[in-house]
Design a protein around this ligand. Structure first.
Ligand code: WT7
Length: 654
């Protein structure tokens, strides 16, 4: 058994223990709803009673089995889905230890299935065809729509037929550059239906970021729309795609077709720039295709999608997820973390451009036959009586934000699932199971079934009990990513070499005396701005591409609203004077090269940067300067020129 399990067990079995379980039982018996002691927030009696996992004891029973017998645990769940052929004798095989050879993770290998079939056909055939699958609310108050499972099935089939007809085959990639229209999940599902690999690029990324992804995964087709409205502003997405496509073809990667959806409320056809022979209007062709389309059956280990995410160095990483394990993992985490029930209407505010939109807007909910809302919007104007469970993800939520979410949004009634996970993990890893145990505001609580988190020290040694260190995972879980597209070496180096024997998350974490996990943020050079992962190296290379920028170093600083903000130290080319205009044009360069969400919040002029004698920038010092913790600069004697620090401090507020 693992650490936290021991903790939970001691909570559950020792009557003296930490005293939480008797307490929880008292609550379940209806004595009180919340306790200030240890800042525990208990689920209500009613909620726990109806929950899939109603008690810590039930969790322990299931968790225990998932760790002792992962194959049995997961194959029981997998059997509830449709497989054309069952997987082989071995449910999974893995090697997570770099010292023992190539890193390998496989689940349900030899099993033949299709995730689109399990999302749509299975629901239609089981009598849910008339249930609403997607409710969509547009940017304008009166622009909306909805699709039942049957209607969604038909739309997906039409597009799948179009893709096939345009030469997209099993294993080909398709880039999707769409805002949150229903056509976005439709396109993902259509790709999955024919075994094509989708790669959604968030429609806030610049032409250059899109180009980088096109060059890396060489898509057969790009699917986009002409424009989207953000508030009153019209963003011309097609122009961004045009720029990326013409640049990519000059670099030897030419994309055959660009399927363009006319997003009428933002821009009319007539106003859209067009390249004959390459561009195709969605509405002109797709509805003409048949509304059924045979599924292309795939192996559980065939790739499902690529999603690019930022690392601490170099170009974005193409995180590759495969079909079977991802399918089972997203379906199961969705069901338990949100205590999903058939009559629920489920809304996740995430954009499908991020992993959350893949796992918990599209696949997880549809695999459960849920009704999903696609919309980004407000809170207190409407009745919230029907809310059952709230979710939170992407960054550490501080206890006061947690309280606001709990009291204001959830009327002090709804459990919050503060889910810790990553693009790489495919689905929730550490998450409350609402109804099962008391929550602590700000803690993601305990691991999901099948997940063995460990905290290690700098040397990679597991530390026990109450402690803090680096968060790793010990063995594989079905939703784990299998490689970085085209770069298995980088996969091993980034995630498995830092602490041999473990998957390293890149996050710091502590575990308290009751075994609760508390995520403390990235320990590498990745910044998390409003839940968007941005590599410091990406921002730096954008900055230094400015002709007047000689050098740049970027760090994350605490930001009240965004969690973290981007703080850039910039050294200008000799003789160039500081000016507000220059500051603006540096910010603009980042907006243009990466996207508006990556724009630095601050530019700090730096005559030079603090470096070691070997030329390594000491970011530790820059972080302290950025957060104005000037009395915590630590040892600066190893700097090649310690006077640099005083120069930087002098310029701090200029
Ligand atoms: C990073 C992963 C996973 C979907 C959204 C972001 C941070 C994620 C939590 C949480 C504290 C969290 C971590 C992680 N993070 N969830 N509940 N509490 N931190 O996906 O872009 O792959 O980012 O987000 O730092 O490593 P992502």
């Amino acid at each position: 058994t693992t650490n936290h399990l021991r903790h939970l067990e001691s909570m559950a079995t020792h009557p003296s223990g930490a005293g939480k379980i008797p307490r929880l039982n008292a609550v379940i018996l209806g004595e009180s709803l919340a306790s200030e002691e240890d800042d525990l927030v208990f689920p209500s009696h009613d909620f726990s009673q109806q929950a899939h996992v109603p008690s810590p004891q039930k969790y322990l029973e299931m968790y225990n089995r998932s760790i002792v017998d992962p194959g049995g645990f997961w194959s029981d769940i997998a059997s509830e889905f449709y497989w054309k052929e069952k997987w082989g004798q071995q449910v999974y095989s893995e090697n997570l230890d770099v010292t023992k050879g190539k890193i390998k993770i496989e689940w349900f290998k030899g099993g033949i299935t299709n995730i689109c079939y399990n999302c749509l056909d299975k629901n239609v055939e089981s009598g849910n065809g008339d249930k609403v699958a997607l409710h969509w609310e547009g940017n304008e108050p009166d622009v909306d729509g909805s699709l039942t499972y049957r209607q969604l099935f038909e739309k997906v089939c039409q597009l799948a037929n179009f893709l096939k007809d345009n030469g997209v085959k099993k294993g080909d990639t398709v880039i999707i550059y769409l805002p949150m229209l229903m056509e976005l999940p439709i396109t993902m599902l259509a790709c999955a239906r024919i075994g094509a690999i989708h790669s959604v690029v968030f429609a806030g990324y610049s032409a250059e970021s899109l180009l980088q992804r096109i060059m890396d995964c060489k898509p057969k087709i790009v699917v986009t729309c002409n424009a989207v409205k953000r508030g009153k502003k019209v963003l011309n997405l097609k122009e961004i795609v045009d720029a990326a496509l013409s640049e990519s073809s000059q670099n030897g990667i030419s994309v055959d077709s660009c399927l363009t959806y006319e997003n009428e409320s933002a821009m009319k056809k007539e106003d859209t720039k067009w390249q004959k022979g390459r561009d195709i209007w969605w509405q002109d062709v797709v509805p003409k295709y048949p509304t059924t389309c045979d599924v292309v059956w795939v192996d559980a280990e065939d790739p499902l999608f690529l999603l690019y995410t930022s690392g601490s160095t170099g170009k974005p990483k193409g995180v590759l997820h495969t079909t079977g394990g991802y399918m089972i993992y997203t379906a199961t985490t969705f069901k338990y973390a949100f205590d999903y029930k058939e009559s629920d209407v489920y809304w996740c505010t995430a954009d499908c451009g991020w992993i959350t939109g893949h796992s918990y807007v599209t696949y997880g909910p549809l695999l459960n036959g849920a009704t999903v809302i696609l919309y980004e919007g407000y809170v207190t104007r409407y009745s919230r009586k029907s809310l059952r469970v709230l979710g939170s993800v992407g960054e550490p939520i501080n206890p006061s934000a947690w309280r606001w979410f709990f009291n204001v949004v959830g009327d002090s009634r709804c459990p919050i699932s503060d889910t810790w996970w990553q693009t790489e993990t495919g689905g929730f890893m550490i998450t409350p199971l609402p109804g099962a145990w008391a929550q602590k505001p700000g803690s993601a609580t305990f691991p999901f079934f099948g997940v063995e988190p460990v905290i290690v020290d700098e040397k990679g040694k597991e530390i026990e009990g109450e402690c803090s260190g680096y968060l790793c995972v010990k063995s594989s879980w079905p939703g784990a990513f299998r490689t970085l597209y085209g770069d298995h070496d980088r996969y091993e180096t980034t995630y498995f070499k830092p602490f041999p024997g473990y998957y390293f998350s890149g996050d710091g974490c502590s575990r308290d005396k009751n075994g609760y996990y508390w995520l403390t943020g990235r320990v590498d050079d990745v910044i998390n701005v409003s839940g968007h992962r941005i590599g410091t190296a990406e921002v730096e290379s954008a900055l230094v591409s400015h002709p007047q920028c000689a050098e740049a170093a970027v760090v994350g600083v605490e930001h009240e609203v965004k969690g973290q903000g981007i703080y850039a130290f910039v050294t200008l080319v000799e003789g160039v004077p500081y000016s507000e205009d220059l500051r603006k044009s540096l910010v603009l360069v980042v907006r243009n090269q990466i996207g508006a969400f990556a724009a630095p919040d601050r530019i700090h002029w730096a005559p030079s940067l603090p470096k070691t004698r070997s030329g390594k920038i000491m970011r530790r010092i820059l972080r302290k300067i950025a957060s104005r913790q000037l009395d915590e600069l630590g040892d600066i004697s190893t700097l090649a020129d310690p006077s640099v620090v005083d120069q930087l401090i002098a310029l701090a507020d200029s």
